[in-house]
Design a protein around this ligand. Sequence first.
Ligand code: IPM
Ligand code: MN
Length: 359
Amino acid sequence: MASYKIALMGGDGTGPEVLREAVKVVRAAADRFGITLDTTDYDFGGDRFLRTGEILPDSAIEEFRGFDAIFLGAIGHPDVKPGILEKGILLKTRFELDQYINLRPVKLYPNVETPLKDKGPEDIDFVVVRENSAGLYTGFGGIQRKGTPYEVAVQSMVYSRNEVDRCLKYAFQVARKRNKTNTLTLCGKTNVLTYVYDLWERAFHEMGEKEFPDIKREYAHVDATTMWMVKNPEWFDVIVTGNMFGDIITDLGAMVQGGMGIAAGGNINPEGVSMFEPIGGSAPKYTGKNCINPLACIFAGQMLLDHLGEEEAAACVEKACVAFLESGVLPGMSAKDIKEAGMSTTKIGDAIAELTAKV
Ligand code: IPM
Ligand code: MN
């Protein structure tokens, strides 16, 4: 019988509320397929920081290394200056555990409204593989003569061939595994960022030609990518891109698939410990109101199970979510929609957990 150790980090705002419901659903799937989950709670986040001054100690990172996965709610506290918790918890975990892939599916589910006119679930189903360890996020650079009229700030987009190659390899593998149109699109900016995206482009074609001749290679500039994501999302199967572009286009992706209430992601180290999260943030104004949508976190739970190799259990979570959405009880994905429908975070979690046991 498979057994996994999972670190649970609810984090800030509504993070703990959505995580609780997602764990409920993941447990329901685990029970059904004879999987044991051994969970440990961590209370890192804004409240703990304000109370103790501690953000995420190195000892916690060392502990995380002993888990099979980490499940995160959300990070971001209204009383803590922006950047402190994001860098100190989220980015620190990504970097220290070398979670060099950020996997973000963009999939429109039935009964979920997309702002794109005349597009439906058959048109919106692609994944973005965002490089998650380097690029503009490394903090390579600095400020000189700060506060004077002569100050200079530099923040460099740095990529080694190895960082590019390992990301591309993962993306090609995702395209092959999906086996949808067997197409991988490199999203770059080769017309302006003629060093960094030249490296990406050469590495892309070299690897594709040698190791993945079965996968079609496409290229799109990042600005054009945002245009196609809105105009013709059906053209995409798998998109691979650097850290900053990936950050930006996946927020657009989240909107295209129905909003932050539904978008999930995985910070993946294919050889190490990965962390799964809803990508929407902590929504502090809804804290404790039991009206935030747990679906994004539940889909992150599906990704977690899938990553652990529990594909049947993962598929079951997805089926349960689809059955729930098809039941039509939710008119929309926002907190307001949930309140208006007489639903709640816990009711949605309960309903999907119940469906997970029987779909
Ligand atoms: C995300 C977030 C983070 C990022 C922030 C909170 C540091 O926007 O996960 O996309 O920029 O990666
Ligand atoms: Mn982002």
